[in-house]
Design a binder for this molecule. Sequence first.
Ligand code: BDR
Ligand code: CA
Length: 314
Amino acid sequence: MTERIPVILDGDPGHDDAIAWVLANASPLLDIRACTSVCGNQTIQKTSYNAMRIMTLINLHVPFAMGRPKPLVSEPIIAPTVHGVSGLDGPALPEPDFEPLPISAVELMAKVLRESADPVTIIPTGPLTNVAALLMLYPELKPKIARISLMGGGIYFGNWTPAAEFNILVDPEAADIVYKSDIPIIMAGLDVTEKALVFPEDFERIRAVGNPVAKVVAEWLDFFYGFHRSKGYAGAPVHDAVAVAAIIKPEILDSKEYYVQIETTGDFCRGMTVADWYGYYHKAPNARVLTGIRREAFIDLLVEAVTYYNQEEK
Ligand code: BDR
Ligand code: CA
């Protein structure tokens, strides 16, 4: 078997973060070295609790640590309209069967990087607070980061304001640090994630797999789709899972390289990911922006991932 890719999962679960972690944990290609939480969809207490419940459900027993309670500069923004008051409303989940480590998310990331022989891929699916803090506190560890495959932004449009996507809007200063870091970035923004739609008939394919994880994933989709259906979507955009798919199944994605800047001020555009379409700044691209996805193949990948959990039942 080829060497597995070492990764750190950093998220604010969140239904789509949860599905991203289910997908990552099922992949034989990944070696998950740690999970960390960040405040975003809900408070840090809630996203951490959710992260630990997900890890318990999927039997992902790797080191886990909590992020800080606030973005770098601004006050938190939360998303109960999308993810419910718990940040992960819907099916009942097991209580965490472990404790978070008594160190911060950033300390844990630094430890993993320091101890790894090979550079590690970071997969952030929430605001970029932890990753930016890591880069500020431990710049010497930058060469130990292979790439950052993140869910965030959108070079055409936003979802929390007309210009800004939620993860970038919550902590634009952090995103600015990450995009200026010179670390290779794969950007799974709204340009692609709004095409990664899981339709109600796909929920049934997932549910029919029948193991406890598959049933929970189908119920997460039921809940998550409730909000999106009310907005006219034909399916649930499982944004965060695309950042994982970009590592384990890149052939189902289209992309284009751009120089992308983060708007940190502005009356209307704070948190916007501004792509230099025409090369006005004569800067080398800093992000591979995902632009398209083979939706059917993405659904097959999710079905395959939940099928992995059949073996847990044996
Ligand atoms: C992003 O915002 C969150 O609500 C989701 O978990 C996803 O990471 C989509 O804009
Ligand atoms: Ca998220």
